[in-house]
Write a protein that binds this ligand. Structure first.
Ligand code: NAD
Ligand code: TDX
Length: 332
């Protein structure tokens, strides 16, 4: 039985990962989370208390991090500022957490020889044309567009440098867009679902032709566990489930699944610098480590996610009004 330190474990993907670890194995989990606006302790309710510890704190706090690494058999870093729109209005926290925070974790991993897995995003590769037959692979050059994605790219490069220069035992994964339970209402899919539940028309940026490659958060979790257990130190693995869809298709599908007319949405001001398309080729993870996604039917995964938001208004309602006020001030 290992003690796995999960940073950012009260956020969307981190909390899904903690559920996955505690529900599928016998490892102990320690969560380190700053509980920013995006962190929510309620996302960890109902889990076995004897196998889960929660520490409120910052990954950039070197003394705190050092003590937690001393007790950990492995660390998975989900902690980040994660929202592109926020990074366009206030970039500074993205540098503090994504760059300085990752640096702080790397120094602790170096001091204690701890196994570290760093969670990153496909956005580090920039974007693709809609008709480009090529998808992102581990060999695609970095070309990030936003303050968010550039700080994630910077964090990945720090990990690579600490592996090469100091022998830190780290791996990296770059995943495509996640959906599922416990995702903050600022993000595309939960925003539109909760808009419909509130009687607000969904909001599509620009023409809505942008393509995202969707994967269920549970599949992201199983991929991360596979890399933690079987990944080769120093390597990068791309995680994706062949789920490309245009934003317009996703909004229309949400409306249909919720019993509304497919054209009952608004086009709003586009995101500055909006990446056109992401697409992941996850061949390496599948062939070298034997991972396969389980949620390949996007429509049924989306229907489950809609049901989850319908049943958990107490979880998302406290953040809804402030989120919509943020967007309204930007014409979105
Ligand atoms: P999120 O915003 O939902 O959660 C981030 C969590 O980190 C929150 O609980 C927050 O409180 C915590 N946190 C923030 N700053 C911290 C700090 N300084 N110290 C400790 N904790 C801190 O984000 P998410 O969507 O769950 O993303 C998690 C990771 O996965 C990020 O690294 C993100 O780049 C990556 N990722 C996300 C997606 C996606 O679709 N959401 C896709 C690919 C990769
Ligand atoms: O109201 C909206 N309307 C809209 O059309 C919102 C919030 C978004 N969009 C568009 C923008 C994107 O093309 O939907 C798409 C998805 O938007 P986000 O949910 O903000 O995700 P994205 O910018 O693609 O980034 C996500 O995936 C990669 C995560 O937030 C990142 O953390 C991850 O790295």
């Amino acid at each position: 039985m290992r003690n796995i330190l999960v940073t950012g474990g009260a956020g969307f993907i981190g909390s899904n990962f903690v559920h996955h670890v505690l529900e599928t194995g016998d490892d102990h989990v320690t969560v380190l989370d700053k509980l920013t606006y995006a962190g929510n302790r309620a996302s960890l309710e109902g889990l076995p208390a004897d196998r889960l510890d929660f520490v409120e704190g910052d990954i950039a706090d070197a003394a705190l991090v050092d003590g937690l690494f001393a007790e950990a058999d492995a660390v998975v870093n989900f902690a980040a500022e994660s929202h592109n729109d926020n990074s366009l209005s206030e970039p500074r926290p993205f540098l503090d957490t994504n760059i300085v925070g990752t640096y702080t974790l790397l120094e602790a991993a170096r001091a204690h020889g701890t196994r570290l897995h760093h969670i990153s995003t496909d956005e580090v590769y920039g974007d693709l044309e809609l008709d480009d037959p090529v998808r992102f692979t581990e060999r695609t050059p970095y070309n990030p567009s936003s303050p968010y994605s550039s700080t994630k790219a910077g964090s990945d490069l720090l990990v690579r440098a600490w592996v090469r220069s100091f022998g830190v035992r780290a791996t990296i994964s770059n995943c495509s867009n996640n959906y599922g339970p416990y995702q903050h209402v600022e993000k595309f899919i939960p925003r539109q679902i909760t808009n419909v539940l509130r009687g607000i028309r969904p909001k599509l940026y620009g023409a809505g032709l942008n393509v995202r490659d969707w994967i269920h958060a549970n599949d992201h979790s199983s991929a991360v566990m596979t890399i933690l257990d079987k990944g080769e130190i120093g390597q990068t693995y791309l995680i994706g489930a062949d789920g490309e869809r245009s934003n317009r298709d996703v909004v229309e599908l949400i409306l249909e699944l919720m019993g509304r007319s497919r054209d009952d949405y608004d086009h709003v001001v586009d995101r500055p610098g909006h990446d056109l398309r992401y697409a992941i080729d996850s061949t390496r993870l599948r062939t070298e480590l034997g991972w396969e996604p389980r949620f390949q039917d996007f429509e049924s995964g989306l229907a489950d996610t809609i049901a989850w938001y319908r049943d958990h208004e107490d979880w998302w309602a406290p953040a809804k009004d402030a989120t919509e006020a943020f967007y309204a001030a930007r014409g979105q």
